[in-house]
Design a protein around this ligand. Structure first.
Ligand SMILES: Cc1ncc(COP(=O)(O)O)c(C=O)c1O
Length: 359
């Protein structure tokens, strides 16, 4: 590793670490090592691989009060030949810096971000799980660590990456969606297209309701008319309507998913018609009822691609997809999963191998 400083205590920790659990879950186990870097006096200090452990923060650190923070999520996969590969990490680096700019935070050079991801994944190679659906989930983040109660952009930050050997995000093969018609996750002109904690905090009240309604995911509508489908709290949305793959167009209230983009690229390669178009919730439901909407699914790094089984509203009305496991979504999912895990062809540049380091 060129720029990352490797602490010997971290190497000792990872050498001894094992997990004896067949059911990894998502984000349940953390690797015993992490990446750390501090921004002070207008510059990033060295980036280091250190033992996993608590951060020391002043109680007045701005992140704790004003939520100046951003994060990313990406996965490293164990390929059948044993190599560990990241999936399109450059896109996460780019989105991280987009979020940084939106939140008045310093950018992390793309090559440092990618090298830090490669480093933690390479040192975790013995704990990258190998069954289908499993991977090493990486969580890069940046927080405002400067102390002070004035509401202004901080000047000191911490950048870090933690890693979690993980399995499937959802326990079941399809999700039940609760359509949120009152609250909004993100508004026009707001921060919905940045990956920052505030958007997720805004989603939690409705998520509690979603769970109480016996559903798995909240579906968010636009902030002006409360009518057009935007996305889930941590996933983008697609539907197959009249045989065409449709997804809401990007806006400043939708996160540009890397899975969304990858699925669209795969669909276009297959010469399918893919349309980015506003989808009115009433039109969606009427097409679900008539069968003209034959498939609907959510997608994201953590969940990959999961069909939607039903849409529920706050008056209790529920509309079921006739056949949640649709043909097109299954085909797309298989192609994506195989590309990610090295079991099939991947478009150029999608698979980013990590170096094989002796330790
Ligand atoms: C709000 C939101 N939308 C969509 C996504 C899907 O993005 P990606 O496919 O890059 O994981 C995520 C997850 O990162 C998200 O948090």
């Amino acid at each position: 590793m060129k720029k990352i400083e490797i602490h010997s205590e971290a190497v000792e920790k990872i050498k001894k670490f094992t997990i004896n659990d067949q059911n990894l879950g998502f984000g349940k186990y953390m690797a015993p090592i992490m990446i750390m870097s501090e921004f002070k006096n207008g510059a990033w200090g060295k980036t280091s691989l250190v033992p996993y452990g608590p951060l020391q923060l002043d109680p007045c650190a701005k992140v704790l009060h004003y939520a100046q923070e951003i994060f990313e999520g990406l996965k490293a996969y164990r390929h059948p030949d044993g190599q560990i590969a990241l999936f399109r990490p450059e896109l996460n680096a780019r989105r991280f810096n987009f979020s940084a700019r939106r939140m008045a935070m310093p950018e992390v050079p793309e090559e440092t971000f990618v090298e830090a991801c490669e480093t933690i994944a390479a040192y975790c190679r013995n704990i990258v799980p190998k069954r289908i659906g499993e991977s090493l989930y990486l969580r890069p983040y940046m927080i405002a660590s400067e102390a002070g109660l004035g509401i202004k952009p901080a000047k000191e930050f911490i950048f870090g990456i933690v890693a979690s050997p993980s399995g499937n995000y959802f326990a079941s093969n399809s999700v039940k969606v609760f359509v949120e018609r009152k609250e909004v996750r993100a508004a026009t002109g707001g921060i919905g297209n940045a990956k920052t904690g505030g958007n997720y905090a805004a989603s939690l009240h409705s998520y509690k309701r979603t769970l109480d309604e016996g559903c798995d995911q909240t579906m968010w509508l636009d902030s002006k008319e409360h009518a057009y489908v935007e996305e889930m709290s941590g996933m983008n949305f697609f539907a197959v309507m009249d045989g065409i793959l449709k997804t809401p167009p990007l806006s400043d209230s939708i996160l540009e998913g890397i899975t969304r983009r990858s699925l669209m690229e795969l669909a276009l390669k297959r010469k399918w018609t893919v349309v980015e178009e506003r989808i009115h919730i009433d039109e969606l439901i009427s097409k679900v009822k008539s069968g003209e909407c034959s498939e609907a699914f959510v997608c994201g790094t953590a969940s990959v691609l999961v069909p939607i089984a039903s849409f529920k509203f706050d008056d209790g009305s529920t509309y079921h997809m006739k056949e949640p496991e649709g043909k097109l979504s299954l085909e797309l999912k298989e192609e994506l999963v195989n590309a990610q895990a090295g079991r099939g062809e991947a478009p150029e540049g999608w698979v980013h191998f990590t170096p094989n380091i002796e330790f």
